[in-house]
Design a protein around this ligand. Sequence first.
Ligand SMILES: Cc1cc2nc3c(=O)[nH]c(=O)nc-3n(C[C@H](O)[C@H](O)[C@H](O)COP(=O)(O)O)c2cc1C
Length: 157
Amino acid sequence: MTEPIRVLFISISGNTRAFAHRLADYAQTLHQQDPNNPPIELKEISEATQSDGETKPFFVMVPTYLDGGNGIDNGVKELMTNAMGDYLAEGENADLCLGIIGSGNRNFNEQYCLTAKRYAEEFDAPFLADYELRGTPSDAEKIYTILKQAVASDAKH
Ligand SMILES: Cc1cc2nc3c(=O)[nH]c(=O)nc-3n(C[C@H](O)[C@H](O)[C@H](O)COP(=O)(O)O)c2cc1C
């Protein structure tokens, strides 16, 4: 039996939630065709989430909400998504994070997907992929392949 791929996400206006479900639906279709394709198990993190301590590896999907700065030579302030950063910082959770997927809007130029990039650095996990807004079917295909490869090459756990 193939272990599900776990994906933790946070979503403020619903785009990341929509993409997470698109990704899980795509994984489910492939899983039904061939049980060697792992399904995706989603967990939504919000301000209300209490961590009882993660025990299995997972990936993170985080959109970008930043205020001020340009993210390069002056500071930016993370808004809205802090509950995910707090969750990763709790206990040993970050040790189980296999990678971060960022989303955002390219209109933000250098700040595109910057929260995911900052998390990757802070929590010492690879920045695996990015997509815009609600993502596309081809983003789901691409990201599913990346997650599957990351699980297969995970020598840490
Ligand atoms: C106030 C605000 C600030 C944002 N800042 C950024 C940003 O700095 N970089 C970026 O790539 N996207 C930025 N975005 C775009 C969001 O990351 C994008 O809409 C994302 O899909 C929202 O995900 P959600 O609907 O799951 O909350 C911003 C959106 C808003 C409303």
